[in-house]
Design a protein around this ligand. Structure first.
Ligand SMILES: Nc1ncnc2c1ncn2[C@@H]1O[C@H](COP(=O)(O)OP(=O)(O)OP(=O)(O)O)[C@@H](O)[C@H]1O
Length: 483
């Protein structure tokens, strides 16, 4: 059986010259043969498709001529002459077609290069498809990145990824289990409320009540009764049986006093007693009641200033800020902006059954913005965009940011504006470093004044003695030149 096949194959290949020429002419790929002098001795009909030239226009020409006339580039034959090896590369023709060419050297019986056979495949369409595929890949890469960001941000509590917030949350986590009183500071919208709740969740009181009171939201006349409750028949209009206050409801749990700077002076003494020994007397009552609560308070006011103005008690301030932590504003943790944008985009897309993503330019503009309203402003802006933008892609033109926003100048993605932010950061870093150096110098000089020994100063500060000597010397010199 195998013998028969072998015989058939053999007889089929018993070809004469005209048949061979026919085969070559009907090849889809271009066959291009160059002799050892670099002259084209054969090219099939496919050359018409590739270079818009008839075979008769090409045969007899040198490859050097064809390349210098720009019919195709780069040249491949010289490489084969040089290396005596098969070479494959991509060529581009005058008419903009892309060819994948393989050139194979053929040797004579003396092993000298006799001619080169080149096979060229038109890959223009494949190349176009490849480029389209690259673009599609790029598009999906961005989408996946955004989805990852969304997933990353799909968590409860504060969403963050900046180093500053990482450190901050590390501190919050450390203090959460202790029952100590905490004062949370930070600009409006930085997440003080959310943090207080998170501290409660991280504490041993997590299964007990978490009561939040916004001291600014309750009218002054009502605040006392809301907070401390009242006894039977305490005042006209009061419920007959009396009513427990929010403080009592927080028993065993956490009491969060938001906007503490707004608490009226008249209530501050009563609050001081509560913070100090966890006791209080309800309105109309005569006996004090004990509660087991952890108190967290928050404010975006400057409490020392209120104290100066006589609007806040110093003793209460001291009691409230046993531990004081300050949430940094968003503009100081720009690494969180993109994450927060995606977090809220995901949240509101789910809420409104929509599907959006931010264009790169849009993200650049938003990252460059200062966010005076902090996270709350990000949240509100994203909700607004989700509702108002009907396309899936959110572009810079959709942004309703105020004029003073740090919109990149002329174009929507002006690199100069982005540079400016980077530059500002660099200046800030430089300034921090500068202030640190001054502080360090002052400390060294103060200690030296006291100890009069560079060795002792160096060992206390754990720095080199030469550094201490250098600073002391420079300082004395300055002193001398000034005097
Ligand atoms: N890091 C964060 N991750 C997710 N959401 C946040 C984050 N920070 C704040 N938010 C959200 O932003 C909004 C404002 O936060 P929050 O009310 O906690 O701020 P605040 O500092 O207490 O503001 P104010 O001082 O005005 O009371 C809330 O909807 C909150 O859920």
């Amino acid at each position: 059986m195998s013998l028969i096949i072998e015989h058939r194959v053999h007889s089929d290949f018993d070809l004469d010259k005209s048949k061979l020429i026919k085969i070559l002419e009907n090849s889809f790929d271009e066959i291009f043969v160059v002799n050892k002098h670099g002259i084209v001795i054969y090219v099939n009909e496919a050359c018409q498709k590739n270079y818009d030239l008839k075979p008769s226009d090409v045969i007899g020409k040198t490859v050097h001529y064809l390349v210098s006339e720009g019919y195709y580039t780069p040249a491949i034959a010289p490489l084969v002459f040089k290396t005596r090896k098969a070479v494959t590369l991509e060529q581009e023709t005058k008419s903009g077609r892309k060819l994948l060419v393989t050139a194979i050297p053929v040797f004579d019986e003396k092993n000298e290069l006799d001619f080169i056979v080149m096979n060229s495949r038109n890959i223009t369409e494949i190349e176009q498809l490849r480029q389209d595929l690259e673009k599609t890949k790029e598009y999906y890469k961005t989408q996946i990145q955004q989805l990852r960001q969304k997933e990353l941000s799909n968590q409860d509590g504060l969403v963050f990824q900046s180093e500053k917030m990482r450190e901050f949350m590390h501190t919050a986590q450390r203090i959460a289990p202790f029952d100590t009183t905490i004062l949370i500071l930070g600009e409006s919208g930085t997440g003080k409320n959310l943090l207080a709740k998170q501290i409660h969740t991280m504490s041993n009181r997590r299964h007990e009540p978490y009561i939040c009171i916004n001291c600014a939201a309750i009218p002054e006349q009502l605040l006392e009764s809301e907070l401390f409750g009242y006894t039977k028949g305490a005042f006209t209009g009061a419920e007959r049986s009396g009513k427990p206050g929010l403080i009592e409801l927080a028993h065993k749990g956490t009491l969060f006093l938001d906007e503490i700077g707004e608490i009226p002076l008249s209530l501050q003494a009563k609050l001081l007693q509560l913070v100090q020994d966890h006791t209080f007397i309800p309105i109309g009552g005569t006996e004090s009641r004990q509660v087991d609560i952890r108190i967290i308070s928050a404010t975006n006011c400057n409490l020392p200033k209120l104290i100066e103005q006589g609007r806040f008690r110093l003793d209460l301030y001291y009691r409230l800020n046993v531990i004081e932590i300050e949430i940094p504003p968003v503009r100081e943790r720009s690494d969180d902006i993109v994450l927060l944008l995606h977090y809220f985009l995901n949240k509101f897309d789910i809420k409104y059954s929509t599907s959006h993503y931010f264009s790169e330019e849009c993200l650049a503009v938003l990252q460059n913005y200062q966010w005076p309203g902090n996270v709350r402003e990000i949240e509100h802006l994203v909700e607004r965009l989700v509702i108002t933008v009907s396309e899936n892609c959110i572009l810079p033109k959709h942004l309703p940011l105020p004029k003073h926003a740090a919109m990149p100048e002329d174009t929507e993605k002006s690199p100069s504006a982005l540079m400016k932010t980077a530059l500002n950061k660099e200046l800030r870093d430089e300034f921090t470093e500068y202030s640190f150096k001054i502080k360090e110098r002052e400390t060294i000089l103060e200690l030296y004044e006291e100890l009069r020994s560079s060795y002792k100063v160096a060992s206390i500060l754990k720095i080199s003695q030469s550094k201490v000597s250098r600073i002391v010397r420079t300082y004395s010199e300055k002193n001398m030149s000034n005097s």
